[in-house]
Design a protein around this ligand. Sequence first.
Ligand code: SD4
Length: 321
Amino acid sequence: HPNHPVVINTWAFVNSSIGAWNVLEKGGSSLDAIEIGGGVCESQQCDGTVGYGGSPDEDGETTLDALLMNGKTMKVGAVGSLRRVKNAISVARHVLEYTKHSILVGDLATKFAVQMGFKEESLTTQQSKNIWMKWRNENNCQPNFWMDVIPDAKQFCGPYQPKERSHQKSNTIKGDRFNHDTIGLVAIDKNGDIAAGTTTNGAKYKIPGRIGDSPIPGSGAYADNEVGGAAATGDGDVMLRFVPSFLAVEEMRRGATPTEAATIAIKRIAKYYPNYMGAVVALRKDGEYGAACHGLGDKPFPFVVRDTSMDKSKMVFIECP
Ligand code: SD4
């Protein structure tokens, strides 16, 4: 097909697009392209929302969620709440290639990764420690006598109380896009094979054990060679209830354009959760692409595309209602 290969990804993560395109251009598979492209963001810690050292949970730990789907075989590999391993999307690839399962989680996903040869190391950095300590101080220090007397009284805060779950408030702030910048990618290779995937460190200050939409097939991403693929980003707790990537692919199957399909998926969620923040990118098997978004305040949603008509990866901005 003259329009192949092509790759799209969420947000302004151009380096991931370049990484994926380098694979596709040489005739590599769409699955490899997604793994490599997502891996670029994991090692570059895109916006602090992908890979190690970002989005600490309530206990200050960074954990990773990732998904890969092969639209030719309909196989899936995913990891949720992966601990102490940096290359989450590659671990997902190993689940896809070397097991009959689809999703592995938590410490046991780590055990699998280590058995497969991945390195076990802390995902905490000085930066993630600082983010967490600031949040903890801001949210868990009760005003007390000392505050009036000593300007720096926060150091006298009592023991940290996880019960307060104050992240639940911050997650619903409209337009708080820096709490949610997962990379999701969809690619078609020279053979016309379609793949999709995601990788993220999830929502900041999450309750340990929480996973969002990103590692859930059909929610974070979906691909089917017969139709195309889609990927989502945003308030995962809400979005996964609507399986938006699957919905976008099914809408393209019945004849919607990629933009229409993404819009339908985004609007379905807004009907129930008007204040949620999210976006869906969609790619049809003929190389046509589109996206839709919701709740980014007055900011547009950026996504990145590279296809045969372009000499470099291009950023596209769309307005969100
Ligand atoms: C999550 N969906 O864990 C992810 C975060 C995200 O864009 O997409 N951000 O909820």
